[in-house]
Each structure stands twice: as structure tokens, then as C-alpha cells.
Write a protein that binds this ligand. Structure first.
Ligand SMILES: *Cc1c(COP(=O)(O)O)cnc(C)c1O
Length: 355
């Protein structure tokens, strides 16, 4: 008999923000739109796509362009319909009934969400109060919990902090679990293990084109690992997972490394500017329209494309969030935190004015 089973009944959809706001700083997208630089080339590339044919099931040209930039053999790269799809495929493939998934908290909320939809036991390992990772503690807890998969982001969303690669190396070598290392924001830091991925037998790295590359609309991500794991992913993913238009545009943009270098520089500059303008709030607090002063606990020094602002409780965070909404500015609220994406000069300025 058909029924909405308990796991589905209790799920709530990811509250991605829809609707129009004058200033959108909620989703960590890039404010640089490659569509503006490559308008004609994109039209040409898309125009050549035979719409009646299935796309290349292996996304070969796209993977070639990726491997050229990041220095990883194309045979060790799998393309996906955003890293989100790849996460579902990987967790589906590497966890079976009774298995355990380990995550950190706070970290990207979708990891636990997918674990739950597969009915896998999710173990959340807490970070320190200052949001950093106690690596020795983590290694001990992984030993104790003995999960089949451990997934985390580095640099992390939402903390914006980045673990040194020597520390990540230590974690990977300490566990027999498959370590899924989500490097979605690594363009904004410098601790990537991408070029060394092949040297591990239990490491899988995720990359996305949604952040530094400014291609969130395309839905394009990559998974990288050793041959054995890559073969396994290829055998479980759906055959035409990346559509032909995404392949064509992705290949085009990924063939312009100078573009990404320029975009990265602009974004990092904006992040620094945003951090510098928010930092004084730690001393001054934020005034609401009724005259109340909201104290700011901490503005976190970021290695991503956003800045995290911490409040003493969720109620204060909500008050400031609502104040920003009144100014037609949307940011992301996560409990005691507001996560604010680095925007254009004007957007950062509007935010600063509103606060
Ligand atoms: C944004 C983000 C992703 C991106 O996923 P896509 O599905 O490729 O857009 C993955 N991981 C983290 C931690 C992110 O913040």
C-alpha cells in the first residue's frame, strides 16, 4: 500500500530563497557572471548542441578542460549535475543498510539530510566553541564511531574556516572510512589536496562550479578520486547526468583559466572589504529601529566568499536578519549566525549602510 513513510513525512524542503530582493547575499553565489564576458561564445556553443541527441555520457571534453586547469588526470574525474547530485550518488553507493555516516557540526546541512533520506545513521561530531576543528578529538571520535563515510567541507560553509592540508592529511590517514572532502570554496584559500588525490586509497574530493566559477545556474560539479572509487561512482550514477548545454558552456568557461583568476581576485577583494566593514560591529553592535542595541559576538575571519557573523542567541540573529529584509537585503540565517556572501562594491556598501 502506498503511504508517505515516516522519513519523508518528517522532511522539510531546503529553504532555498526564492523571490526578488534588491541585494542577494544569501547563497554564496559569485557576483561575477561569466555570461557577461562570454555572451557570444556561449550562444555559439549552445547553438551547436544537437537537442535531439543524448549528451556525451562521460562528459569527456568537460572533464578534459577541468583536468587541464586542476592538474588531475581526466580518468580520475567524474562530472555531475552539481556537487549536490554527486553527494547523493556517493552516499547512495558507499553506504549500505546499517552503515554509518559521520559529519561535523556546524557544516553543510545537506550532508546529514542525504544521509537521513537513505536511512543511514548520521554521527555529528562537534567543532569547538570557536568553530575550529579539534583534529585529535575528531580522529578519536572517528575511531570510536567507525563510520563507512566521513564527509566535511574545507574551507567550511558555514564557518568560513579552512583546515591546513597537513591536518586534513592526518585525518584521512587516521581512518579507514571513505573521506569525502568537499572543496567547494578552495579557490578562496590554498590548502587543496586535489593534486594528491591519487595518493590516497580512501579520499574523494568534491568541486563545484557554483561558487568561484560563477556557474551556479548550470548545475555542474566534479568528484575526484583514485581509479577504483571513480569506477564505482561511474557505475552507479545515471548515464546522462550532465546535460549537453551544461557540458558545452562548462567546457567553454573552464577553457579560460585567466577568467577564473580574475574572478577569484575580485571576489577575495570583496570578501576582505566586507570583513573589514563588519568587524567594527564586534565593538559597536547593531542598532534596531526601536533603539535596541544588538551585541555582536564575533565576525569570523574568512577563507571563503562569505563572512559569518555570530550573535549570542538566535533571537538576536533573527532581529538583524529582519532588519536587513526591510532594506530589501537577503542573507542566510543559521541559528545564532548570519552568513553573508561577498557582493559587488555597491552591494557590500548597501549592507554596511543598512547595519
Ligand atoms: C555551495 C556548496 C556546494 C555546491 O553544490 P552545487 O550542487 O554544485 O551547487 C557544495 N558544497 C558546499 C559546502 C557548498 O557550500
Amino acid at each position: 500500500m502506498y503511504r508517505l513513510n515516516d522519513k519523508v513525512k518528517n522532511l522539510v524542503p531546503y529553504d532555498a530563497v526564492a523571490g526578488d530582493y534588491k541585494v542577494r547575499l544569501d547563497a554564496n553565489e559569485s557576483f561575477v557572471d561569466p555570461g557577461e564576458f562570454f555572451k557570444e561564445e556561449i550562444a555559439k556553443a549552445v547553438g551547436k548542441v544537437p537537442l535531439n541527441r543524448y549528451p556525451d555520457p562521460t562528459s569527456l571534453k568537460l572533464r578534459k578542460a577541468f583536468s587541464k586547469i586542476y592538474g588531475v588526470k581526466e580518468a580520475l574525474v567524474v562530472a555531475g549535475n552539481g556537487s549536490d547530485e554527486l553527494i547523493t550518488v556517493i552516499l547512495g553507493a558507499f553506504l549500505q543498510s546499517g552503515d554509518r555516516l559521520a559529519t561535523l557540526t556546524p557544516d553543510f546541512s545537506m550532508y546529514g539530510f542525504y544521509g537521513e533520506t537513505y536511512e543511514r545513521k548520521t554521527i555529528e561530531i562537534e567543532k569547538r566553541e570557536d568553530l575550529s576543528i579539534d583534529v585529535d578529538q575528531l580522529i578519536a571520535e572517528l575511531k570510536e564511531a567507525d563510520p563507512q563515510v566521513f564527509i566535511f567541507s574545507n574551507p567550511c560553509s558555514p564557518t568560513s574556516l579552512c583546515l591546513k592540508k597537513e591536518e586534513v592529511d592526518r585525518i584521512i590517514k587516521s581512518t579507514s572510512a571513505l573521506v569525502v572532502l568537499d572543496e567547494a570554496y578552495m579557490e578562496f584559500s590554498d590548502q587543496s589536496l586535489l593534486s594528491e588525490v591519487e595518493n590516497y586509497d580512501n579520499l574523494l574530493i568534491l568541486k563545484t562550479c557554483s561558487k568561484a566559477w560563477g556557474l551556479a545556474a548550470l548545475r555542474l560539479g566534479f568528484a575526484l578520486s583514485n581509479k577504483r572509487i571513480v569506477d564505482a561512482i561511474n557505475s552507479v550514477r545515471s548515464p546522462y547526468n550532465v546535460n549537453a548545454m551544461t557540458q558545452a558552456i562548462g567546457e567553454l568557461i573552464l577553457s579560460h583559466p585567466a577568467y577564473i583568476e580574475g574572478a577569484k581576485k575580485k571576489i577575495i577583494e570583496s570578501r576582505e572589504n566586507l570583513y573589514t566593514s563588519l568587524l567594527p560591529l564586534e565593538q559597536k553592535g547593531i542598532s534596531l529601529s526601536d533603539g535596541t542595541k544588538v551585541p555582536v559576538k564575533r565576525v569570523v575571519k574568512s577563507e571563503t566568499n562569505f563572512v559569518l557573523v555570530e550573535f549570542h542567541d538566535a533571537n538576536w540573529a533573527k532581529k538583524v536578519y529582519e532588519k536587513l529584509l526591510k532594506h530589501d537585503i537577503i542573507v542566510r540565517i543559521l541559528g545564532n549566525f548570519l552568513r553573508i556572501t561577498a557582493g559587488t562594491k555597491d552591494e557590500n556598501q548597501e549592507l554596511k549602510k543598512a547595519l
